[in-house]
Design a protein around this ligand. Structure first.
Ligand SMILES: *[C@@H]1O[C@H](CO)[C@@H](O)[C@H](O)[C@H]1NC(C)=O
Ligand SMILES: *[C@@H]1O[C@H](CO)[C@@H](O)[C@H](O)[C@H]1NC(C)=O
Ligand SMILES: *[C@@H]1O[C@H](CO)[C@@H](O)[C@H](O)[C@H]1NC(C)=O
Ligand SMILES: *[C@@H]1O[C@H](CO)[C@@H](O)[C@H](O)[C@H]1NC(C)=O
Ligand SMILES: *[C@@H]1O[C@H](CO)[C@@H](O)[C@H](O)[C@H]1NC(C)=O
Ligand SMILES: *[C@@H]1O[C@H](CO)[C@@H](O)[C@H](O)[C@H]1NC(C)=O
Ligand SMILES: *[C@@H]1O[C@H](CO)[C@@H](O)[C@H](O)[C@H]1NC(C)=O
Length: 453
């Protein structure tokens, strides 16, 4: 029992593998990379809401894979972390990426020291996971999505690898204000009172940031931060590909870093919510291109987008213990009456579909995405600017596969129970206030059957 209890935290700690560093040293080889991974922008189902009608129909902004590698020496121990503007990572993607890396780098990057994480945007193309539950609404596997993601991860790792240079890492933490609330506050109240008493809020508001510094130039080459809030600022009706609030935060950070030394005004582009589309179109036609190059029909996708050869600053906003944290911070309201939803069931007179969360830009989801992105960006900028704590020690990592069937759980001194085989409960079918389900289930129901998988 205790053995199992210890495995889970280790697994969760993968993203924070640097916690395992504990000796004094502080000089590493560090490299960063980033690569476009947008995928098919028309007619492909989107990953996250499991909404069969939500198919891509354009792009809000493009998706990227962002990578950092930290190594002890050119052939020595290393750790590679990739953050995807995607719903989640995928074992199938990892297997394919590792195959490609093996032909190029031998055994330098393996399932042990490569961690791939998704921002949990709900506005990226689906069809890149091998398990049935993830592929139902995408009607199976979609090679274009899969290929874009695998290639982006591979290319961003190659960039980071080829740019490994002596460097150091600074570490900082702080609290992000008003970028996430608990979307299941009634369920949270079932936690033991003594446990709840340990925290001042019912969500974790901590942001942890790593600043990557190049020793030779004493300049930052990247910043990776972790903070928990869902990628659901864009709704289940949205059909534009988007990195959602974390993808937006990354763009704000990278633009801020790039332009802060030139002209502050370039990043303060103000968008008015009341302008209509023809006004915007006219405005867009007047904006000059910012250094693009002509491309033909056969030009590769990689050529057409913001490019990186590993020398550009990479700012990534990664997902952490997101659980039930929603960026729709105004709360959940009934779409018919405008009143708050039923507290225990997140429904409106028994109908879960009428209960929907509102972001700070409500009813404009693009504005909500921008605001929640800005709140994370601004905190990251502050943590970045004030970071002084260096990370030091050797590099180590852990990776574990855990079978969640028959894990023993000690309820009290005399009773030990076991987990069941994989199953989904009625609450799953009810969805959440970020995207209600369609089967007539309600949250908080404990009487209905489960579907065993
Ligand atoms: C997927 O797409 C890639 C790139 O276009 C191609 O090389 C590969 O053969 C495709 N795989 C399948 C199974 O269609
Ligand atoms: C590197 O830059 C930081 C601030 O950006 C400064 O505090 C530090 O003194 C610099 N170190 C060197 C060696 O120039
Ligand atoms: C701005 O850029 C110049 C030239 O690239 C560099 O010398 C200077 O240190 C930079 N300043 C800051 C604050 O980054
Ligand atoms: C939208 O734009 C058109 C063309 O510029 C204009 O005629 C119309 O008044 C605008 N509507 C609003 C609500 O601004
Ligand atoms: C929610 O459920 C709890 C018990 O599970 C009950 O005590 C409480 O009154 C309910 N609240 C509302 C608003 O129905
Ligand atoms: C997980 O454990 C269960 C029960 O011990 C077993 O029946 C099942 O085959 C295991 N699954 C895998 C993938 O090993
Ligand atoms: C332990 O938990 C079980 C299951 O909830 C319960 O039946 C039993 O009374 C509990 N025993 C003690 C000593 O609290």
């Amino acid at each position: 029992m205790h053995r199992h209890q210890h495995l889970l935290p280790i697994f969760v700690a993968l993203c924070a593998a640097f916690a395992l560093i504990d000796e004094v040293d502080g000089e590493y080889l560090i490299g960063v990379g980033s690569y476009d991974m947008t995928g098919p922008a028309a007619g492909v189902n989107m990953m996250g809401y499991a909404n069969i009608d939500q198919n891509t129909a354009g792009i809000h902004f493009r998706l990227r894979a962002r990578t950092f590698i930290v190594a002890e020496s050119s052939q020595g121990a290393r750790f590679a972390f990739v953050n995807l503007d995607a719903g989640m990572a995928s074992q199938l993607v990892t297997i394919k990426v590792l195959q490609r890396l093996k032909t190029r780098f031998g055994d330098l990057y393996t399932q042990e020291n490569l961690a791939i994480s998704g921002t949990h945007t709900h506005a990226g193309p689906a069809g890149y996971l091998q398990y049935v539950v993830y592929s139902v609404t995408s009607l199976g596997f979609i090679n274009q999505t899969f290929d874009a993601i695998v290639t982006a991860i591979e290319q961003s790792i190659i960039q980071a690898h080829n740019n490994l240079k002596p460097g150091s890492i600074l570490f900082n933490t702080g609290d992000v204000e008003n970028a996430g609330i608990n979307r299941s506050p009634s369920a949270y109240l079932f936690n033991p009172p003594e446990e709840r008493a340990r925290y001042t809020t019912n969500v974790d508001t901590t942001m942890t940031l790593l600043q990557l510094l190049d020793s030779a130039s004493n300049r930052s080459i990247g910043a990776f931060s972790w903070f928990a809030t869902h990628g659901t600022s864009m709704s289940r009706e949205n059909r534009l590909i988007s990195g959602d609030n974390k993808g937006a935060a990354a763009r704000f950070f990278e633009d801020w870093f790039t332009f802060s030394n030139n002209s502050l005004s370039t990043r303060n582009t103000k968008f008015s919510t009341i302008e209509n589309i023809s006004t915007l179109r006219n405005k867009a036609q007047k904006i000059k291109a910012t250094g693009g190059k002509p491309c033909g029909k056969t030009t590769s996708q990689g050529f057409k987008v913001r490019k990186n050869d590993g020398s550009r600053f990479v700012g990534a906003f990664c997902q952490s213990n997101v659980g039930d944290v929603t960026p729709n911070v105004l709360g959940a309201f009934c779409t018919d009456t405008g009143k708050p939803c039923d507290f225990n069931h997140s429904s409106c007179n028994g109908n879960d579909q009428l209960c929907v969360g509102r972001g700070p830009g409500y009813p404009d989801e693009i504005l909500s995405t921008k605001i929640i992105g800005e709140r994370q960006f601004e905190k990251a900028m502050e943590l970045f600017s004030s970071a002084t704590n260096p990370l030091s020690g050797k590099i180590d990592y852990r990776h574990a596969y855990i079978n969640f069937t028959s894990i023993e759980v000690q309820l009290n001194e005399s009773t030990v129970v076991k987990t069941c085989p994989a199953a989904v409960g009625a609450g799953f079918a009810a969805g959440t206030t970020d995207g209600p389900g369609v089967f007539g289930f309600q949250q908080g129901d404990t009487e209905v059957c489960t579907w065993q998988l």
